[in-house]
Ligand binder design. Structure first.
Ligand code: FES
Length: 80
């Protein structure tokens, strides 16, 4: 089971965390990953300055928009 965390702290929320969460929900559903991936919200990851912060199976990334968040999800979670 892989864990995906999206920061829902105030800075990330303003910078688009809800859009990243929706993108991840869609990816999980479209690729039938419900049994393999847990999607969680988390509090501030102390990387507030440049965009949405996420943690994909232990790898912390920041400054993501939904498109880049999808690229990283496909790479780190789906192994594409
Ligand atoms: S609010 Fe998301 S890293 Fe701080």
């Amino acid at each position: 089971m892989k864990t995906v965390k999206v920061c829902v702290g105030s800075a990330c929320n303003i910078k688009g965390a809800p859009d990243v969460i929706e993108r991840y929900k869609r990816l999980i559903e479209e690729n039938a990953l419900q049994c393999d991936v847990v999607l969680k919200g988390c509090f501030c990851m102390k990387n507030c300055s440049c965009g949405v912060s996420v943690e994909l199976d232990g790898t912390v990334l920041n400054g993501l928009d939904p498109d880049e968040a999808e690229v990283q999800f496909r790479k780190l979670i789906m192994g594409e």
